[in-house]
Design a protein around this ligand. Structure first.
Ligand SMILES: Cc1cc2nc3c(=O)[nH]c(=O)nc-3n(C[C@H](O)[C@H](O)[C@H](O)COP(=O)(O)OP(=O)(O)OC[C@H]3O[C@@H](n4cnc5c(N)ncnc54)[C@H](O)[C@@H]3O)c2cc1C
Ligand code: SF4
Length: 487
């Protein structure tokens, strides 16, 4: 029974962010501690709706009203059991998810931030942090071993979720990763100020203790023939991500000082890991232009400020979205609206409805400016606004315009799997590629998406692999390969 008046007596509240001038001096996470009583009060705002729309927003099917009420009643140990029942890694989603559950929370029908949606994501992260602190997150090795083996290629959230599910179901699981550390984009894409890597390390410790094996610095299809995996393992699950960054083939692209976001972010993360004393691509003292207004661009923005950029502009070809939920995306769908993450609060200028015409260089072949013009949307197409051209001086340009799909050469050509029209690895309703016994999950099959979807896909694909090897499976299947976000 929830608190019948919680949502009437308590306003929505989130933890404070550390002051900007303090936090950009370091790489730690930006939020201050919230405090147990604050979390309980926030959880107590949940109405335990007859139809909990928050469930429809979350691809994992998280049991949100159940753990909200458990937290309200101070029963944290049962709360983490209910949370882990649907989500292998709440410490990742609790920090990094854009929270489609909150967008579809019934309390979110009222758009005001003080009376708005239940702070579901904050309750989630507080449950798992408390569980780790109390020592409740322990290895869950299988009672019985199945005698079957699975190779998982890729160690992002999809590969890790699948590996944990399959290990716990009794299969011998080996995760192959071409990078030198495990974690995929959680490791080398997402900056430390969004999620400190210690959260990843302690989860990997649990997985190793459960029996999952990890092989790093092994590019399957290059260092190890993919065929060897097929003959040495009973099933193969591909979870290699959508790693090919969208480029901008405008004149001058060859100039020095223009980089894809995923050339810029990983070395910065390596500095935090202690591998490098300094990053080879730094924003220090530079005027920086980020092309792409999304989350990857925001990660570049926060990184550039911490490196000491002189100025930062973030460009977006789309017009500025409205301040409140746009009428075209009514509740409970994911709202089209202006979003300002912590990185935007730290400085920089956002410029909307602009297109890059060309990059301009100096005599040494380095970028010195970009030539821009404004665009207007006319009958669904971008049209140049005549007379709106201008130059924006810069010494560093970062391209953060999304990803075009999975890398073909190496693994995928070696396996000869089919690719679908959207550039992703084709799969049937049972997560299987066109090569028998080879399955696919995460961004490699869905295209660039979110961590919560990668975990949901990893869990569901694990159930399919388990059924393929054992004849049946009781593992959960939270989503299907063609399930779409609520819209
Ligand atoms: C900069 C950035 C920030 C993001 N921030 C957020 C966020 O805040 N919240 C959110 O929800 N989503 C975010 N995303 C999206 C999210 O990170 C991805 O959707 C998610 O990581 C996809 O998981 P995955 O397991 O499918 O693939 P990935 O995380 O991409 O992992 C794939 C792994 O496979 C490895 N691999 C590929 N090919 C091979 C091979 N042949 N052999 C061995 N290993 C191989 C790769 O090295 C990589 O480690 C962000 C994305 C980027 C780029
Ligand atoms: S929709 Fe919101 S108020 Fe209703 S059960 Fe879910 S979290 Fe609670």
């Amino acid at each position: 029974m929830p608190d019948p008046k919680g949502f009437l007596t308590t306003a929505r509240e989130l933890p404070r962010r550390r002051p900007v001038d303090v936090r950009i001096q370091d790489w730690h996470e930006v939020y201050e501690d919230f405090g147990t009583e604050h979390v309980r009060a926030q959880a107590g705002r949940c109405m335990d709706c007859g139809i909990p729309f928050c469930h429809n927003g979350c691809p994992l099917g998280n049991l949100i009203p159940e753990w909200n009420d458990l937290v309200r009643r101070d029963d944290w140990q049962v709360a983490i059991d209910r949370l882990h029942a649907t989500n292998n890694f709440p410490e990742f989603t609790g920090r990094l998810c854009p929270a489609p559950c909150e967008a579809s929370c019934v309390l979110g029908i009222n758009p005001s931030d003080t009376t708005g949606a239940v702070a579901i994501k904050q309750v989630e992260v507080e449950i798992i942090d408390r569980a780790f602190a109390e020592g409740w997150v322990t290895p869950q090795p299988p009672m019985v071993r199945a005698g079957t083996s699975v190779a998982v290629v890729g160690s992002g959230p999809a590969g890790l979720a699948a590996a944990q599910q399959l290990t716990r179901a009794g299969h011998d699981v080996t995760v192959f990763e071409r990078a030198d550390r495990i974690g995929g984009l959680l490791r080398y894409g997402i900056p430390e100020f969004k999620m400190e890597k210690r959260h990843l390390e302690r989860r990997l410790e649990q997985m190793r203790a459960e029996g999952t094996r990890f092989v790093t610095s092994c590019d399957v299809g290059v260092d190890l023939p993919a065929e060897r995996l097929r003959t040495s393992y009973d099933a193969v699950l591909l979870a290699g991500g959508a790693t090919v960054g969208r480029d901008l083939p405008a004149p001058g692209r060859e100039l020095a000082g223009i980089h894809l976001a995923m050339e810029y972010l990983p070395p910065s993360n390596r500095v935090q890991e202690g591998d490098l004393a300094a990053t080879p691509i730094t924003a220090e003292g530079k005027r920086v232009v980020i092309i792409g207004g999304g989350d990857t661009g925001a990660d570049c923005l926060g990184t550039a400020h911490r490196q000491g950029a002189r100025s930062v502009h973030q460009l977006e070809i789309l017009p500025a979205p409205p301040a409140e939920r746009d009428g075209s995306t009514p509740w409970p769908t994911w709202p089209l609206m202006m979003r300002a993450g912590s990185a935007h609060e730290e400085g920089g200028e956002r410029v909307f409805a602009v297109n890059t015409e060309r990059f301009l260089g100096d005599d040494a072949g380095r970028v010195r400016a970009i030539a821009l013009h404004e665009v207007a949307m006319v009958e669904g197409r971008f049209e140049r606004v005549e007379g709106s051209e201008w130059e924006l001086p810069c010494e560093l340009v970062l391209l953060a315009m999304g990803f075009t799909g999975a890398q073909r050469e190496g693994l995928l050509t070696d396996l000869s799997v089919d690719i679908d029209d959207r550039g992703n690895v084709a799969r049937d309703h049972g997560w299987q590629t066109t090569v028998p016994g080879v399955f696919v999950a995460g961004d490699m099959g869905r295209g660039q998406s979110l961590i919560v979807w990668a975990i949901a896909e990893g869990r569901a694909a694990a159930a399919a692999v388990d059924a393929h090897l054992s004849g049946h499976s009781i593992l959960p299947r939270p989503v299907g390969p063609t399930t779409m976000a609520l819209r």
